[in-house]
Ligand binder design. Structure first.
Ligand code: NAP
Ligand code: ZN
Length: 346
């Protein structure tokens, strides 16, 4: 058993505090990881604030985890001590259902085991990456490519895969016009990945304040959604729109930007329901879809893709004592573009 140092929160309106958590004894197929960096995802905030439903506190969030293997179980074959590895949003699934067998463990019919705020196969609550160590079954661990820094790898484990998966599934590539709504943690990775896939990328951000960055990340166009003319000018333009916004939007306005047969994929997960006027969809055979992270195999593929194309997140490293401040800044859309906790400051 390992006692890990962590940062935990005790309720929706509480601040983070230092805590100690117990990680299970490693089983034959487990690896023990010494965490070096953990990204702060907006999902951590939704969860910590209890916006998605009741949570068992104390809660240690964090599902963008990068670290080093320090111990392996007797039957582990994929990893050895010293390997550089990552863990994303889930740490287990049934492994037997049709979706797990396809490598889409995130859609496990019995429900995947989330990295935090879940319950593992031993009946214990899961706790995330704002901590010094974690024990994970090897099948839910991915390898960080050589040459990719651990701090930059961390955000790819959620922000990277959550945008890579729908971009690939819906065919982002040459001759495709793709719009990314919201340029925060997920959004800025979506811009870089879609551009690397060869698509013509447009950013739809609230204002033009981050335009220079967006163009540098690979976008060809950048528009402010606060300007109503944007919606007139871009009507019927995009084959694919990825909406990464964490708050409720007027969806019909965005559906109007899709081409015939275009698809808007929501990865943003606001607590409030989004409303749809079906006439915004039926007129041009448009689709409204959702997508959740990606499977383990696809997560490895995404890491290798990012290494090959030399892309990664733009990050701001913080210490463990700055988590509350970072949450406030994310909520104010004041993040460029992912906060990453240096776990050595625990
Ligand atoms: P983030 O860094 O806060 O980015 C969200 C961006 O949305 C902001 O930077 C801002 O971009 C825009 N935005 C925020 N509030 C807005 C408002 N009221 N109106 C219009 N635009 C607004 O968050 P994130 O970590 O990228 O996560 C984004 C969402 O995805 C969250 O809801 C998160 O829970 C969800 N998520 C889903 C999955 C999945 O599997 N589907 C995985 C991870 C995260 P601009 O400043 O450019 O306007
Ligand atoms: Zn996330």
């Amino acid at each position: 058993m390992v006692i890990a140092k962590a940062r935990a929160v005790d309720g929706p309106d509480q601040s983070f505090h230092a805590a100690e958590i117990t990680r299970r004894e490693i089983d034959s197929q487990d690896v023990l990881i010494e965490i070096k960096f953990a990204g702060i995802c907006h999902s951590d905030i939704h969860t910590a604030h209890g916006e998605w439903g009741p949570v068992n506190y104390p809660l240690v969030p964090g599902h963008e985890i990068a670290g080093i293997v320090t111990e392996v179980g007797s039957e582990v074959t994929k990893y050895k001590v010293g390997d550089r590895v990552g863990v994303g949003c889930m740490v287990d699934s049934c492994g037997e259902c049709v979706n797990c067998r396809k490598g889409e463990e995130q859609y496990c019919l019995k429900g995947n085991v989330p990295t935090y705020a879940g319950v593992d196969k031993y009946g214990e609550p899961t706790q995330g990456g704002y901590s010094t160590h974690i024990v994970v079954t090897e099948d839910f661990v991915v390898r960080i490519p050589d040459g990719m820094e651990l701090d930059a790898a961390a955000p790819l484990l959620c922000a990277g895969i959550t945008t890579y998966s729908p971009l690939k599934h819906w065919g982002a590539g040459p001759d495709k016009k793709v719009a990314i709504v919201g340029m925060g943690g997920l959004g800025h990775m979506a811009v870089k990945i879609a551009a690397a896939m060869g698509a013509e990328v447009t950013v739809l951000s609230q204002t033009l304040s981050k335009k220079e960055d967006g163009l540098e990340f690979g976008a060809e166009n950048y528009y402010a959604t606060k300007d109503p003319e944007t919606f007139e000018k871009l009507a019927g333009t995009f084959d694919l729109i990825i909406n990464t916004v964490s708050a409720k939007l007027d969806m019909d306005a965005y559906f109007g930007l899709l081409t015939l047969d275009g698809t808007l994929v929501n990865v943003g997960a606001p607590a409030e329901p989004l409303s749809v006027n079906v006439f915004s969809l039926i007129g041009h055979r448009r689709s409204f879809a959702g997508s959740m992270i990606g499977g383990i195999r696809e997560t490895q593929e995404m890491l290798d893709f990012c290494a090959e194309h030399n892309i990664g997140p733009k990050i701001e490293i913080i210490s463990a004592d700055q988590i509350d401040e970072a949450y406030k800044r994310v909520l104010a859309s004041d993040v460029k573009y992912r906060f990453v906790i240096d776990i050595s400051t625990m």
